[in-house]
Ligand binder design. Structure first.
Ligand SMILES: C[S@@+](CC[C@H](N)C(=O)[O-])C[C@H]1O[C@@H](n2cnc3c(N)ncnc32)[C@H](O)[C@@H]1O
Length: 216
């Protein structure tokens, strides 16, 4: 089931007014379904909020961890100015290949780069070479989130944005009875960011919760 169809009436109303999908995004979602990929891309409402945040913050270079088929990467690329760049990472080469193919004919293809690799390896390599990004968007596995965030912190320029999807994990982070590894890791990451004086942060309750943290 697509995450759009999981929306409640209020969120569907917002999506209808502010987050409509053009032919490229619709084709992308249809191809994902045809290829049997899970419909775990961002809801359009979250993607639209992400776009606005990136453009308000004047971001030019964005590192995304978790490509799937390039749905969120395409929304992000459209938030950037000419010459902007999204580098989107996935461990699955068939997914980065599909994303490349599905975005090649878009008007922002020159802003999109898809790389295959492990999240931790890529983040560590970026830190090692002293790279800096205007925004880092984490949307991959949850168990290592505290470590991803610790590295992403070092990659962000002052004023840069750390964005993490599924911050509410379907409400499970707020339920003390849920103690599985992913939920515990998300909770730990949220406490880590909330207590870090190097970030101004909150969770937007759009979709499954979007952590937004601005590097001081
Ligand atoms: C939720 S999907 C990303 C959705 C995408 N951001 C969108 O909204 O269109 C998560 C993706 O992260 C990838 N992934 C999971 N763990 C990873 C890891 N450790 N390193 C790299 N990619 C990973 C999965 O293969 C999957 O395609």
């Amino acid at each position: 089931m697509s995450r759009t169809s999981e929306m409640g009436p209020a969120e569907a109303f917002v999506a209808g007014l502010f987050a409509s999908e053009d032919a490229h995004l619709l084709r992308l979602r249809a191809t994902m379904e045809a290829e049997g990929l899970p419909a775990i891309q961002l809801p359009a409402t979250t993607a639209r909020a992400l776009q606005l945040l990136l453009s308000l913050a004047g971001c030019r270079r964005v590192l995304e961890i978790g490509t799937l088929a390039g749905y969120s990467a395409l929304w992000i690329a459209r938030a950037l100015p000419d010459g902007g760049q999204v580098v989107s990472i996935d461990r699955d080469p068939s997914r980065t290949g599909l994303a490349r193919r599905l975005t090649a004919s878009t008007e922002v293809s020159d802003r999109l780069e898809f790389r295959t690799g492990e999240a931790m390896d890529i983040l560590e390599a970026e830190r090692e070479k002293g790279a800096h990004w205007d925004a880092v968007f984490l949307d991959a596995d949850k168990e290592d989130l505290p470590r991803y965030v610790a590295i992403a912190r070092d990659l962000l320029l002052a004023g840069g944005l750390l964005l993490v999807d599924n911050a509410l994990w379907k409400g499970q982070v707020a339920d003390p009875g849920v103690e599985d590894q992913a939920t515990e890791a998300i909770r730990e990451m949220l406490r880590q960011v909330a207590s870090d004086s190097g970030f101004d942060a909150t969770i937007l309750t759009v979709g499954d919760g979007l952590l937004v943290a601005r590097r001081r």
